[in-house]
Design a protein around this ligand. Structure first.
Ligand SMILES: [Zn+2]
Length: 597
């Protein structure tokens, strides 16, 4: 506990404060109040991306000590001071300090139990709630989608709400059938259960009705200007001649668009926004356009397609969505305008920043060229941030969920370090993974006077994951890297076997002498295999992009080595730990992928 000395004051224990005899510390407040200030500042900061809010902390402290209401000034000063200090700390340090000083204080005891750390309560939770997962099936599902979907799914569960999987498939040029399936499969893999599913392309006629409503009420118009002209006029905030045309004329063109009298680029429907708005998205943007391209679900039946900002507002109304939790990259103001013009129910929108990972962008713009130029093995390459990629790498779905709940949702744009996700994954994998021995870059080891043994070695030091028996004579292979340190006289332990003393080393062979059986502390412990039978390649994925934004040409390292024979008993997809090497997923009969150390 920080004492009065710490802040340059002389404590005066005899002084009565707020009617109680107390140890007086910082700002003339009793010690327990100061503790409450600190505890609440830390708790509040941890709930809000490391930034505590003075007002919220004050009300918590006053809640703990109602008698302080008459001393708001002192409390405010103490809170302001402590919040400033707490906010200057890293989140890790805030968490550490909270644990150290207030172990009884939990970030949210009930929520922690239920695995909901990091997701604050939602506002406006009256009545039946509904949420949605709104993928555009124009690419494969990636970990960023997975995290955003997890947030929605956790809230839907928490509030007993309904969850929609809704494909925003209104650009037939971009959508492909395989992408729909990627989102279904990826969501299932993550354990997300949705109540309803639909494709917006199946609602086109309803969307047309709402478009027609805007046209008839004079809130939208058909514009025949070419793209360059529209761009220029929007830039200067000037209306084109079509903005003032009669609604009869607008409807006539609209019907012409529907009956395919007009082709792509001839006319668009624009919503009547505000041509001089500082928000450019409000300067009469398109809400319908002709796209002459077959759609994977509706074929060539329709050629007028709504824009995202229009359809999403209508669809949220149709699905009775109450809460929208999504990454902050869309035109909120414009959607609000459309919602108001159509007199729809309001929705609560909460935005979080996109989930980005260091060195591994999720954007298709950056990933597609890597696939096209064959710099990666495909969309499911273990270096890729796609769900297929991270799955192949050995990341558990539960790790993605826990990681999402830990980082919660934040508004500040930043890149996550993979190591944070790996730490969660490691913790989950540790009790589940068999330990096996893989010897990278092997070198032969001959042990003289070695007892012949049938070593029964458990697959896990603590958990009962079974065991295997390995027959040993005196011939082994050990990692070359370890051999470098084996000077004559060195004693090393062959893991789970016995200790040997190095006699000498020739180019491709180390000779050693049997030393002893019992474990000796503080000597190198080395993994081994007994023969050359089972060869293995391990792929070690790294970041796809360098920090300067250039493509990392060395993003995949292949390590060749030998593995113990029991490797053959593993199933494809199984994740194991190679002792002294790392957690790996069995990718094929002779290949593993390193998840992480
Ligand atoms: Zn025009």
């Amino acid at each position: 506990m920080e004492g009065g000395e710490g802040v340059g004051r002389t404590p005066d224990p005899s002084r009565k404060v707020f009617g109680r005899a107390a140890v007086v510390t910082r700002g003339g407040l009793p010690e327990d109040v100061v503790a409450s200030v600190e505890r609440n500042a830390l708790l509040n900061a941890l709930r809000h991306d490391g930034k505590a809010e003075v007002g919220a902390v004050i009300s918590k402290v006053i809640g703990d000590y109602p008698e302080l209401r008459t001393s708001a000034k002192e409390v405010t000063r103490a809170v302001e001071e402590r919040v400033r200090e707490v906010n200057a700390m890293t989140v890790e340090n805030q968490r550490a300090l909270l644990r150290e000083r207030y172990p009884e204080a939990d970030i949210a005891p009930r929520e922690r139990e239920e695995g909901r750390i990091g997701l604050p309560p939602l506002p406006n939770v009256k009545g039946a709630l509904a949420f949605r997962l709104p993928p555009e099936p124009s690419g494969f599902m990636h970990i960023g989608h997975g995290m955003a979907f997890t947030i929605n799914s956790v809230y839907a569960e928490r509030y007993n709400g309904k969850l929609w999987l809704r494909f925003e498939d209104t650009n037939p040029r971009k959508v492909e059938p395989r992408y729909y399936e990627s989102f279904r499969e990826g969501s299932r893999w993550l354990g997300i259960k949705w109540d309803y599913e639909k494709s917006v392309s199946s609602d086109l006629e309803i969307l047309y009705e709402y478009g027609q409503k805007l046209l008839s009420e004079g809130n939208a118009y058909a514009c025949g200007c070419d793209e360059a002209k529209v761009k220029k006029l929007r830039f200067s905030g000037t209306a084109c001649e079509h903005r003032g045309q009669s609604f009869e004329k607008n409807l006539e063109i609209w019907n012409g668009m529907i009956s395919k009298k007009y082709g792509e680029g001839e006319y668009v429907i624009r919503v009547r926004g505000e041509m001089k708005s500082l928000d450019y998205s409000l300067r009469d943007p398109n809400i319908f356009r002709v796209i002459e391209h077959p759609h994977p679900l509706t074929g060539s039946r329709y050629s007028i397609w709504p824009t995202y900002d229009f359809e999403v507002v209508v669809e949220d109304e149709l699905c009775k969505i109450t809460h929208v939790l999504r990454s902050s990259e869309f035109h909120l103001e414009l959607q609000e305008l459309i919602r108001t013009l159509l007199a729809f129910q309001p929705v609560t929108v909460l935005q979080f920043s996109r989930f980005n990972f260091k060195g591994t962008p999720v954007s298709k713009r950056l990933l597609r060229p890597l696939v096209e130029k064959k710099l990666v093995g495909g969309w499911d390459d273990p270096r890729m941030p796609t769900i297929e990629g991270v799955k192949r790498r050995g990341i558990l779905p539960e790790s993605i969920k826990q990681f999402t709940l830990q980082v919660g949702y934040t508004k500040t744009e930043h890149e996550y370090d993979w190591s944070l996700l790996f730490a969660v994954n490691r913790k989950l994998l540790d009790p589940l993974s068999k330990r096996l021995m893989f010897v990278p870059d092997p070198i032969a080891l001959h042990v003289k006077d070695a007892p012949s043994k049938e070593a029964r070695i458990p697959y896990h030091p603590e958990k009962d994951l079974g065991s295997r028996t390995i027959e040993t004579s005196g011939f082994f292979f050990v990692p070359n890297l370890d051999a470098l340190g084996m000077k004559p006289g060195t004693v090393v332990r062959l893991i789970e076997l016995y200790n040997v003393q190095v006699l000498g080393k020739k180019a491709n062979l180390i000779t050693a002498q049997f030393h002893s059986a019992e474990v000796i502390q503080d000597i190198p412990k080395i993994q081994w295999v007994t023969d050359l039978k089972t060869k293995l390649k391990v792929l070690e994925p790294g970041p796809l992009y360098n920090e300067d934004g250039s493509v990392n040409r060395k993003s995949l390292v292949t390590t060749k080595g030998l593995v113990e024979e029991s490797f053959r008993d593993l199933s494809l997809g199984q994740i194991i730990q190679f002792l002294r090497y790392g957690f790996c997923r069995v990718d094929s009969r002779d290949t593993c992928v390193l998840a992480h150390k």
